[in-house]
Ligand binder design. Structure first.
Ligand SMILES: Cc1cc2nc3c(=O)[nH]c(=O)nc-3n(C[C@H](O)[C@H](O)[C@H](O)COP(=O)(O)OP(=O)(O)OC[C@H]3O[C@@H](n4cnc5c(N)ncnc54)[C@H](O)[C@@H]3O)c2cc1C
Length: 357
Protein backbone atom coordinates (compact mmCIF):
# COMPACT_ATOMS: atom_id res chain seq x y z
CA UNK A 1 0.00 0.00 0.00
CA UNK A 2 1.34 3.47 -0.90
CA UNK A 3 1.73 5.81 2.07
CA UNK A 4 -0.30 9.00 1.79
CA UNK A 5 1.93 11.99 1.10
CA UNK A 6 1.37 14.45 3.92
CA UNK A 7 2.07 17.66 1.95
CA UNK A 8 -0.50 16.90 -0.76
CA UNK A 9 -3.58 19.09 -0.34
CA UNK A 10 -6.82 18.05 -2.00
CA UNK A 11 -9.83 20.23 -2.68
CA UNK A 12 -12.02 17.61 -1.01
CA UNK A 13 -11.14 14.52 1.03
CA UNK A 14 -14.01 12.02 1.36
CA UNK A 15 -13.72 9.31 4.02
CA UNK A 16 -15.73 6.24 2.96
CA UNK A 17 -16.13 5.05 -0.64
CA UNK A 18 -19.55 3.44 -0.52
CA UNK A 19 -22.96 4.90 -1.45
CA UNK A 20 -22.72 8.36 0.14
CA UNK A 21 -19.00 8.88 -0.57
CA UNK A 22 -19.22 7.82 -4.23
CA UNK A 23 -22.33 9.97 -4.80
CA UNK A 24 -20.58 13.04 -3.36
CA UNK A 25 -17.48 12.35 -5.49
CA UNK A 26 -19.63 12.16 -8.64
CA UNK A 27 -20.70 15.79 -8.21
CA UNK A 28 -17.18 17.14 -7.58
CA UNK A 29 -14.75 18.07 -10.31
CA UNK A 30 -11.98 19.50 -8.13
CA UNK A 31 -9.03 17.47 -6.85
CA UNK A 32 -10.87 14.86 -4.80
CA UNK A 33 -9.52 11.97 -2.73
CA UNK A 34 -11.71 9.03 -1.72
CA UNK A 35 -10.39 7.02 1.22
CA UNK A 36 -11.67 3.63 2.31
CA UNK A 37 -10.29 1.02 4.67
CA UNK A 38 -11.26 -1.70 2.19
CA UNK A 39 -10.57 -2.08 -1.54
CA UNK A 40 -13.33 -0.46 -3.63
CA UNK A 41 -16.50 -2.60 -3.56
CA UNK A 42 -15.08 -5.12 -1.06
CA UNK A 43 -17.09 -4.20 2.00
CA UNK A 44 -20.69 -5.16 1.20
CA UNK A 45 -22.93 -4.90 4.24
CA UNK A 46 -26.26 -4.49 2.51
CA UNK A 47 -28.93 -6.52 0.69
CA UNK A 48 -28.54 -3.98 -2.13
CA UNK A 49 -32.22 -3.34 -2.80
CA UNK A 50 -32.90 0.23 -4.01
CA UNK A 51 -35.05 2.20 -6.44
CA UNK A 52 -33.85 1.57 -9.99
CA UNK A 53 -33.74 5.36 -10.49
CA UNK A 54 -31.11 5.63 -7.71
CA UNK A 55 -28.89 3.01 -9.33
CA UNK A 56 -29.35 4.69 -12.73
CA UNK A 57 -28.49 8.11 -11.29
CA UNK A 58 -25.16 6.66 -10.15
CA UNK A 59 -24.48 5.36 -13.67
CA UNK A 60 -24.53 1.81 -12.32
CA UNK A 61 -27.44 0.29 -14.23
CA UNK A 62 -25.20 -2.53 -15.47
CA UNK A 63 -24.92 -3.77 -11.86
CA UNK A 64 -28.67 -4.53 -11.68
CA UNK A 65 -29.43 -8.20 -11.09
CA UNK A 66 -33.24 -8.15 -10.90
CA UNK A 67 -36.02 -5.55 -11.12
CA UNK A 68 -38.93 -5.70 -8.63
CA UNK A 69 -42.38 -4.17 -9.05
CA UNK A 70 -43.80 -5.04 -5.64
CA UNK A 71 -43.09 -5.55 -1.96
CA UNK A 72 -44.55 -8.72 -0.44
CA UNK A 73 -45.24 -8.53 3.30
CA UNK A 74 -45.59 -11.83 5.14
CA UNK A 75 -46.90 -12.46 8.67
CA UNK A 76 -47.60 -15.94 10.11
CA UNK A 77 -51.18 -15.98 8.75
CA UNK A 78 -51.31 -13.41 5.96
CA UNK A 79 -49.53 -12.07 2.92
CA UNK A 80 -49.98 -8.55 1.51
CA UNK A 81 -48.82 -7.35 -1.90
CA UNK A 82 -47.72 -3.70 -2.15
CA UNK A 83 -47.28 -2.70 -5.81
CA UNK A 84 -44.45 -0.14 -6.00
CA UNK A 85 -45.07 3.27 -7.65
CA UNK A 86 -41.59 3.00 -9.21
CA UNK A 87 -39.49 -0.13 -9.75
CA UNK A 88 -36.89 -1.18 -7.22
CA UNK A 89 -33.99 -3.48 -8.06
CA UNK A 90 -31.35 -5.65 -6.50
CA UNK A 91 -27.78 -5.12 -7.68
CA UNK A 92 -24.21 -6.39 -7.37
CA UNK A 93 -22.37 -4.21 -4.84
CA UNK A 94 -18.84 -4.54 -6.23
CA UNK A 95 -19.97 -3.79 -9.78
CA UNK A 96 -22.07 -0.87 -8.52
CA UNK A 97 -19.04 0.68 -6.78
CA UNK A 98 -16.77 0.17 -9.80
CA UNK A 99 -19.30 1.74 -12.19
CA UNK A 100 -20.06 4.61 -9.82
CA UNK A 101 -16.35 5.31 -9.26
CA UNK A 102 -15.74 5.36 -13.02
CA UNK A 103 -18.04 8.43 -13.17
CA UNK A 104 -15.95 10.41 -10.67
CA UNK A 105 -12.76 12.38 -11.22
CA UNK A 106 -11.54 11.26 -7.80
CA UNK A 107 -8.41 9.37 -6.74
CA UNK A 108 -8.98 6.32 -4.56
CA UNK A 109 -6.63 5.26 -1.77
CA UNK A 110 -7.10 2.33 0.55
CA UNK A 111 -6.39 3.62 4.06
CA UNK A 112 -8.09 3.42 7.44
CA UNK A 113 -9.16 6.84 8.65
CA UNK A 114 -8.40 7.32 12.31
CA UNK A 115 -9.67 10.85 13.00
CA UNK A 116 -9.63 14.45 11.88
CA UNK A 117 -7.10 17.07 12.91
CA UNK A 118 -8.36 20.46 11.67
CA UNK A 119 -8.30 20.23 7.87
CA UNK A 120 -6.19 17.07 7.95
CA UNK A 121 -7.36 13.49 7.96
CA UNK A 122 -5.21 11.10 9.96
CA UNK A 123 -5.02 7.62 8.49
CA UNK A 124 -3.11 4.48 9.30
CA UNK A 125 -0.79 5.41 6.39
CA UNK A 126 -0.15 9.05 7.18
CA UNK A 127 -1.93 12.34 7.05
CA UNK A 128 -3.68 14.05 4.19
CA UNK A 129 -5.06 17.57 3.99
CA UNK A 130 -8.24 18.73 2.28
CA UNK A 131 -9.76 22.19 1.95
CA UNK A 132 -13.13 20.52 2.49
CA UNK A 133 -13.90 17.24 4.26
CA UNK A 134 -16.76 14.73 3.90
CA UNK A 135 -17.54 11.95 6.37
CA UNK A 136 -19.22 9.02 4.60
CA UNK A 137 -17.80 6.29 6.84
CA UNK A 138 -21.15 4.74 7.78
CA UNK A 139 -22.46 4.41 11.36
CA UNK A 140 -19.02 4.96 12.96
CA UNK A 141 -18.83 8.57 11.65
CA UNK A 142 -15.07 8.57 12.09
CA UNK A 143 -14.47 12.21 11.08
CA UNK A 144 -17.55 13.68 12.74
CA UNK A 145 -16.70 12.19 16.12
CA UNK A 146 -16.08 8.47 16.00
CA UNK A 147 -18.01 5.51 17.43
CA UNK A 148 -17.20 6.36 21.07
CA UNK A 149 -18.36 9.98 20.80
CA UNK A 150 -21.69 11.49 21.81
CA UNK A 151 -22.31 12.04 18.08
CA UNK A 152 -23.06 8.32 17.59
CA UNK A 153 -26.36 7.53 19.31
CA UNK A 154 -26.44 3.75 19.67
CA UNK A 155 -30.14 3.78 20.63
CA UNK A 156 -30.94 4.84 17.05
CA UNK A 157 -29.16 1.92 15.41
CA UNK A 158 -30.60 -1.34 14.14
CA UNK A 159 -28.40 -4.34 13.36
CA UNK A 160 -28.78 -6.82 10.51
CA UNK A 161 -27.08 -9.85 8.96
CA UNK A 162 -27.69 -11.74 5.75
CA UNK A 163 -26.51 -14.65 3.64
CA UNK A 164 -26.77 -15.24 -0.11
CA UNK A 165 -27.99 -18.58 -1.45
CA UNK A 166 -28.61 -19.88 -4.99
CA UNK A 167 -32.28 -20.91 -5.05
CA UNK A 168 -35.46 -20.21 -7.08
CA UNK A 169 -37.74 -17.65 -5.47
CA UNK A 170 -40.88 -15.72 -6.47
CA UNK A 171 -40.17 -12.13 -7.64
CA UNK A 172 -40.63 -9.07 -5.43
CA UNK A 173 -38.87 -7.83 -2.32
CA UNK A 174 -40.17 -10.05 0.50
CA UNK A 175 -40.41 -8.88 4.13
CA UNK A 176 -41.34 -11.30 6.94
CA UNK A 177 -42.65 -10.44 10.41
CA UNK A 178 -42.23 -13.68 12.31
CA UNK A 179 -41.69 -15.00 15.85
CA UNK A 180 -37.99 -15.78 15.18
CA UNK A 181 -37.15 -12.03 14.94
CA UNK A 182 -39.82 -10.45 17.11
CA UNK A 183 -37.82 -7.21 17.54
CA UNK A 184 -37.36 -6.67 13.79
CA UNK A 185 -38.01 -8.45 10.54
CA UNK A 186 -36.57 -10.94 8.08
CA UNK A 187 -36.24 -10.54 4.31
CA UNK A 188 -35.68 -12.45 1.10
CA UNK A 189 -34.47 -10.33 -1.83
CA UNK A 190 -34.16 -12.26 -5.11
CA UNK A 191 -31.20 -11.12 -7.21
CA UNK A 192 -31.15 -13.19 -10.38
CA UNK A 193 -29.62 -16.59 -9.67
CA UNK A 194 -29.43 -16.07 -5.91
CA UNK A 195 -31.50 -14.74 -3.02
CA UNK A 196 -30.27 -12.57 -0.11
CA UNK A 197 -31.92 -13.81 3.11
CA UNK A 198 -31.47 -11.65 6.18
CA UNK A 199 -32.74 -10.70 9.62
CA UNK A 200 -32.68 -7.36 11.40
CA UNK A 201 -33.17 -6.26 15.00
CA UNK A 202 -34.55 -2.74 15.39
CA UNK A 203 -33.07 -2.75 18.90
CA UNK A 204 -29.52 -3.26 17.63
CA UNK A 205 -29.30 -6.85 18.99
CA UNK A 206 -26.22 -8.39 17.39
CA UNK A 207 -26.78 -12.09 18.20
CA UNK A 208 -28.95 -12.85 15.18
CA UNK A 209 -27.39 -16.08 13.87
CA UNK A 210 -30.00 -18.28 15.52
CA UNK A 211 -32.88 -16.17 14.12
CA UNK A 212 -31.40 -16.32 10.61
CA UNK A 213 -30.95 -20.13 10.84
CA UNK A 214 -34.57 -20.55 11.95
CA UNK A 215 -35.79 -18.26 9.18
CA UNK A 216 -33.82 -20.23 6.57
CA UNK A 217 -35.18 -23.52 7.97
CA UNK A 218 -38.63 -22.39 6.75
CA UNK A 219 -37.23 -22.82 3.21
CA UNK A 220 -35.12 -25.92 4.04
CA UNK A 221 -31.98 -23.85 3.55
CA UNK A 222 -28.79 -23.49 5.55
CA UNK A 223 -26.74 -20.41 6.26
CA UNK A 224 -23.71 -19.71 4.10
CA UNK A 225 -21.19 -16.90 4.53
CA UNK A 226 -22.75 -13.93 6.33
CA UNK A 227 -22.20 -10.17 6.28
CA UNK A 228 -24.00 -7.24 7.85
CA UNK A 229 -23.65 -4.51 10.41
CA UNK A 230 -25.36 -1.54 12.03
CA UNK A 231 -27.90 0.70 10.27
CA UNK A 232 -27.78 4.25 11.65
CA UNK A 233 -30.99 6.29 11.82
CA UNK A 234 -31.94 9.34 13.84
CA UNK A 235 -30.65 12.19 11.66
CA UNK A 236 -27.43 13.28 13.36
CA UNK A 237 -26.03 16.82 12.82
CA UNK A 238 -25.27 17.08 9.07
CA UNK A 239 -22.29 19.44 9.49
CA UNK A 240 -19.79 19.06 12.32
CA UNK A 241 -17.14 21.83 12.48
CA UNK A 242 -15.67 21.76 8.95
CA UNK A 243 -17.02 18.31 7.99
CA UNK A 244 -20.08 17.55 5.87
CA UNK A 245 -21.58 14.23 6.99
CA UNK A 246 -23.68 12.03 4.67
CA UNK A 247 -25.38 8.64 4.66
CA UNK A 248 -25.38 6.41 7.75
CA UNK A 249 -22.60 8.57 9.22
CA UNK A 250 -25.29 11.25 9.55
CA UNK A 251 -28.02 8.82 10.71
CA UNK A 252 -29.84 9.02 7.37
CA UNK A 253 -30.88 5.34 7.12
CA UNK A 254 -34.68 5.21 7.31
CA UNK A 255 -36.31 3.91 10.49
CA UNK A 256 -38.93 1.14 10.05
CA UNK A 257 -37.68 -0.13 6.67
CA UNK A 258 -33.88 0.10 7.13
CA UNK A 259 -33.56 1.54 3.63
CA UNK A 260 -30.38 3.63 3.53
CA UNK A 261 -28.95 3.43 0.01
CA UNK A 262 -31.35 5.92 -1.60
CA UNK A 263 -30.94 8.46 1.20
CA UNK A 264 -27.13 8.07 1.24
CA UNK A 265 -26.94 8.63 -2.52
CA UNK A 266 -29.31 11.62 -2.52
CA UNK A 267 -27.56 13.26 0.44
CA UNK A 268 -24.17 12.49 -1.15
CA UNK A 269 -25.26 14.21 -4.37
CA UNK A 270 -26.39 17.26 -2.43
CA UNK A 271 -23.12 17.42 -0.48
CA UNK A 272 -21.04 17.11 -3.66
CA UNK A 273 -23.04 19.84 -5.42
CA UNK A 274 -22.81 22.23 -2.48
CA UNK A 275 -19.07 21.72 -1.99
CA UNK A 276 -18.46 22.24 -5.70
CA UNK A 277 -20.24 25.59 -5.37
CA UNK A 278 -17.85 26.49 -2.55
CA UNK A 279 -14.86 25.47 -4.69
CA UNK A 280 -16.21 27.51 -7.60
CA UNK A 281 -16.58 30.58 -5.37
CA UNK A 282 -20.37 30.63 -5.84
CA UNK A 283 -21.12 30.02 -2.14
CA UNK A 284 -19.28 30.38 1.15
CA UNK A 285 -18.73 27.37 3.38
CA UNK A 286 -21.30 28.82 5.82
CA UNK A 287 -23.92 29.15 3.05
CA UNK A 288 -23.32 25.58 1.88
CA UNK A 289 -23.53 24.30 5.47
CA UNK A 290 -26.81 26.18 6.03
CA UNK A 291 -28.25 24.79 2.78
CA UNK A 292 -27.34 21.19 3.67
CA UNK A 293 -28.67 21.63 7.21
CA UNK A 294 -31.99 22.89 5.79
CA UNK A 295 -32.08 19.98 3.32
CA UNK A 296 -31.86 17.41 6.13
CA UNK A 297 -34.16 19.40 8.46
CA UNK A 298 -36.88 19.28 5.78
CA UNK A 299 -36.93 15.48 6.13
CA UNK A 300 -37.08 15.45 9.93
CA UNK A 301 -40.89 15.23 10.17
CA UNK A 302 -41.00 12.26 7.80
CA UNK A 303 -38.17 10.52 9.68
CA UNK A 304 -40.05 11.06 12.94
CA UNK A 305 -43.24 9.54 11.49
CA UNK A 306 -41.28 6.46 10.43
CA UNK A 307 -39.76 6.23 13.92
CA UNK A 308 -43.27 6.22 15.43
CA UNK A 309 -44.28 3.53 12.91
CA UNK A 310 -41.24 1.57 14.04
CA UNK A 311 -42.20 1.84 17.72
CA UNK A 312 -45.81 0.82 16.94
CA UNK A 313 -44.57 -2.21 15.01
CA UNK A 314 -42.42 -3.30 17.95
CA UNK A 315 -45.40 -3.13 20.31
CA UNK A 316 -48.01 -4.66 17.99
CA UNK A 317 -48.93 -8.36 18.09
CA UNK A 318 -48.11 -10.07 14.77
CA UNK A 319 -51.84 -10.50 14.08
CA UNK A 320 -52.25 -6.70 14.02
CA UNK A 321 -49.11 -6.27 11.88
CA UNK A 322 -50.72 -8.56 9.29
CA UNK A 323 -53.97 -6.55 9.40
CA UNK A 324 -52.07 -3.24 9.06
CA UNK A 325 -50.05 -4.56 6.10
CA UNK A 326 -53.29 -5.71 4.40
CA UNK A 327 -54.96 -2.33 5.02
CA UNK A 328 -51.99 -0.43 3.62
CA UNK A 329 -51.97 -2.60 0.49
CA UNK A 330 -55.20 -0.86 -0.67
CA UNK A 331 -54.53 1.75 -3.41
CA UNK A 332 -55.52 4.88 -1.39
CA UNK A 333 -53.54 4.19 1.83
CA UNK A 334 -50.61 2.72 -0.11
CA UNK A 335 -50.19 5.70 -2.41
CA UNK A 336 -50.38 8.05 0.62
CA UNK A 337 -47.70 6.05 2.45
CA UNK A 338 -45.46 5.81 -0.62
CA UNK A 339 -45.75 9.54 -1.36
CA UNK A 340 -44.64 10.28 2.19
CA UNK A 341 -41.95 7.61 2.14
CA UNK A 342 -40.41 8.23 -1.28
CA UNK A 343 -40.63 12.00 -0.72
CA UNK A 344 -37.71 11.86 1.73
CA UNK A 345 -34.77 13.83 0.26
CA UNK A 346 -36.71 13.90 -3.05
CA UNK A 347 -35.66 17.46 -3.78
CA UNK A 348 -32.06 16.32 -4.23
CA UNK A 349 -31.23 16.14 -7.90
CA UNK A 350 -31.42 12.49 -9.00
CA UNK A 351 -30.31 13.34 -12.56
CA UNK A 352 -27.51 11.03 -13.66
CA UNK A 353 -24.09 12.43 -12.85
CA UNK A 354 -21.94 13.43 -15.82
CA UNK A 355 -18.94 11.18 -16.55
CA UNK A 356 -15.99 13.07 -15.05
CA UNK A 357 -13.18 10.59 -15.67
C1 LIG B 1 -27.67 -6.49 6.53
C2 LIG B 1 -28.05 -5.16 5.93
C3 LIG B 1 -28.88 -5.11 4.82
C4 LIG B 1 -29.24 -3.88 4.27
N1 LIG B 1 -30.02 -3.86 3.15
C5 LIG B 1 -30.35 -2.68 2.57
C6 LIG B 1 -31.10 -2.66 1.35
O1 LIG B 1 -31.40 -3.70 0.76
N2 LIG B 1 -31.42 -1.45 0.84
C7 LIG B 1 -31.07 -0.27 1.46
O2 LIG B 1 -31.42 0.80 0.94
N3 LIG B 1 -30.33 -0.28 2.59
C8 LIG B 1 -29.95 -1.45 3.15
N4 LIG B 1 -29.19 -1.46 4.29
C9 LIG B 1 -28.72 -0.16 4.83
C10 LIG B 1 -27.58 0.35 3.94
O3 LIG B 1 -26.62 -0.67 3.77
C11 LIG B 1 -26.89 1.57 4.55
O4 LIG B 1 -27.85 2.52 4.93
C12 LIG B 1 -25.94 2.17 3.48
O5 LIG B 1 -24.93 1.23 3.21
C13 LIG B 1 -25.34 3.47 3.96
O6 LIG B 1 -24.40 3.89 2.98
P1 LIG B 1 -23.14 4.76 3.42
O7 LIG B 1 -22.39 5.06 2.19
O8 LIG B 1 -23.58 5.88 4.28
O9 LIG B 1 -22.29 3.83 4.40
P2 LIG B 1 -21.67 2.39 4.16
O10 LIG B 1 -22.30 1.72 3.02
O11 LIG B 1 -21.70 1.74 5.51
O12 LIG B 1 -20.17 2.70 3.78
C14 LIG B 1 -19.23 3.20 4.67
C15 LIG B 1 -17.87 3.07 3.99
O13 LIG B 1 -16.89 3.65 4.85
C16 LIG B 1 -15.80 2.77 4.98
N5 LIG B 1 -15.19 3.00 6.29
C17 LIG B 1 -15.73 2.79 7.51
N6 LIG B 1 -14.86 3.13 8.48
C18 LIG B 1 -13.76 3.59 7.84
C19 LIG B 1 -12.49 4.09 8.28
N7 LIG B 1 -12.20 4.19 9.59
N8 LIG B 1 -11.59 4.46 7.37
C20 LIG B 1 -11.86 4.36 6.04
N9 LIG B 1 -13.03 3.88 5.56
C21 LIG B 1 -13.96 3.52 6.45
C22 LIG B 1 -16.39 1.37 4.85
O14 LIG B 1 -15.40 0.43 4.42
C23 LIG B 1 -17.48 1.60 3.78
O15 LIG B 1 -17.00 1.41 2.48
C24 LIG B 1 -28.78 -2.67 4.86
C25 LIG B 1 -27.93 -2.72 5.97
C26 LIG B 1 -27.58 -3.94 6.50
C27 LIG B 1 -26.64 -3.99 7.68
Amino acid sequence: MTAIVSDATYDVVIAGASFAGLAAAQRLHGRTLLLDKAPLGDNQTSACGAPRSTVRAMGAEASIQQVHDALVLHTPRREALWPLPEPFCTFDYRRFCELAFARTAAEFRQATVVRRNGHSVLTGDGEVAGRLLVDATGWRAVLAGGPASGYVNRRMMAFGIETEIAVDFPPGLHFYFLPEVRDGYAWAFPCGETVRFGVLSYLGRTKLGDGLSRFLARFNLQMREIHGGYLASGLRAPVVDNVFVAGDASGQCLPLTGEGIRTAVLAGFRVGELLQRVLDGEATFAQAAADYTAFTADARRRFRALTWGNIALLLMPLRLTGAAAAYLSRPGPLSGFMRHYLGIFADASPAPSPVLR
